[in-house]
Design a protein around this ligand. Structure first.
Ligand SMILES: Cc1cc2nc3c(=O)[nH]c(=O)nc-3n(C[C@H](O)[C@H](O)[C@H](O)COP(=O)(O)OP(=O)(O)OC[C@H]3O[C@@H](n4cnc5c(N)ncnc54)[C@H](O)[C@@H]3O)c2cc1C
Length: 345
């Protein structure tokens, strides 16, 4: 049942960065039908809408959100497993991603094991084509079911029409679609996909291209992520973040980069490590502006963290300083990864 509308809800409590002011009101939904009802009611009444789930990829203004927040808490995992086409698994948007990855590893559904430890909901994973350690959800998503706020209808969007590329999709930066569920198609087996990420291969002591038991790969990923402050922990303020604050920029192959800059070849050019650029531009681990409660993570320069009591303004000031510093040092304009609500850098 749709829960009652709550007024003046502190959004900082609902985000992993722990910043953001009050929502004018908020309604929590537990099924796809309730989600559609809450969204269409807000649309009918002309109320500004923010769909929020795990709050791990948003930066919300100190002024809060003068509209309705719909908090997605729908549940349900429906597997259809055959010898013929592997495991076809339909998952409600509000399911917790880390729980789902754990289930996939236990059930021997191959293809998301390297995405262990990423916070947030299943329904948000298509939004920025969540990825890490050489995997991304675009490789296993078969289709997405969404509510289209323009046509006011439910729509099934096959993977080919999702517009997936590096940390983006047709859903990112647009509030047209509300994702109701995600259907994945997995191969079955107890070995991981072939490892493509050098750091992960090194940690596991195997060659690029090797496959290892999925449980072993998941454990290695979780260990690596924890060492970088990328697994949520109440006790560890290096994890009070929105994950990577900036994308790895892609530059043309003839761009004059320092020879020691870590890069990866991509179809579109050369992808450069944003963490390296940030560090070399003078924003090392733990960097903070004078008097600020926001700081670069003590474990990884790509995350901006709340050290306790930070405001959104402090987070944005630090982000702007980093962006300006990297541009001055290398002539590269960093793009941010999270969604900004009522604010921008
Ligand atoms: C410590 C940490 C580590 C992270 N590591 C990674 C990583 O390795 N790789 C990676 O890709 N990301 C990473 N992230 C970012 C984040 O976890 C993912 O983007 C995640 O998918 C966001 O899910 P969420 O439910 O928290 O989304 P929210 O933060 O609640 O929302 C994010 C955006 O998605 C929209 N949205 C949410 N649910 C829906 C829905 N059902 N329908 C339509 N729109 C929706 C929101 O409106 C908002 O625009 C990390 C974040 C943190 C804090």
């Amino acid at each position: 049942m749709t829960s009652q509308i709550r007024l003046d809800v502190p959004l900082a409590d609902l985000t992993t960065m722990r910043v953001g002011g009050l929502a004018r009101d908020l309604v929590e939904v537990h099924t796809a039908e309730e989600l559609i009802e809450a969204v269409s009611t807000a649309d009918n009444e002309g109320i500004p809408l923010l769909v929020l789930a795990g709050g791990s990829n948003v930066v919300i203004a100190d002024e809060g959100f003068a509209g309705r927040v719909v908090l997605v808490r729908s549940r349900g995992v429906e597997p259809d497993v055959t010898d013929c086409y592997g495991a076809w698994v339909t998952v409600a948007a509000g399911e917790t991603w880390t729980d789902f990855v754990e289930l996939a590893v236990q059930e021997e559904w191959v293809g998301v094991e390297a995405l262990a430890g990423i916070p947030g909901s299943v329904g948000a994973t298509p939004v920025q084509n969540v990825g890490a350690y050489g995997q991304e959800v675009a490789s296993t998503i078969a289709r997405v079911e969404a509510y289209d706020r323009q046509t006011r209808r439910r729509e099934v969007i096959p993977v080919a029409d999702c517009g997936f590329s590096y940390r983006t999709s047709r859903f990112k930066g647009s509030d047209r679609y509300v994702i109701l569920s995600v259907a994945f198609q997995f191969k079955r087996g107890d070995l991981s996909e072939a490892i493509t990420y050098p750091e992960l291969a090194r940690t596991l002591g195997v060659e690029i291209g090797a496959r290892v038991p999925m449980t072993r790969l998941r454990d290695a990923v979780l260990e690596l992520r924890a060492s970088k402050g990328m697994v949520l922990s109440e006790a560890d303020r290096d994890t009070w973040s929105a994950g990577s604050f900036f994308l790895n920029p892609i530059v043309s192959t003839d761009f004059a980069l320092p020879v020691d800059a870590p890069t990866w070849a991509t179809g579109d050019g050369v992808k450069v490590s944003a963490a390296w650029l940030i560090e070399r531009a003078g924003f090392g681990r733990g960097f903070s502006l004078a008097g600020s409660h926001a700081a670069v993570s003590g474990k990884h320069t790509l995350a901006i963290t709340n050290r306790g009591g930070a405001t959104t303004r402090e987070v944005l000031d630090l982000a702007r300083a980093i962006k300006t510093g990297v541009h001055a040092a290398f002539g590269i304009t960093l793009q941010s990864e999270p969604t900004f609500v009522g604010c921008e850098i």
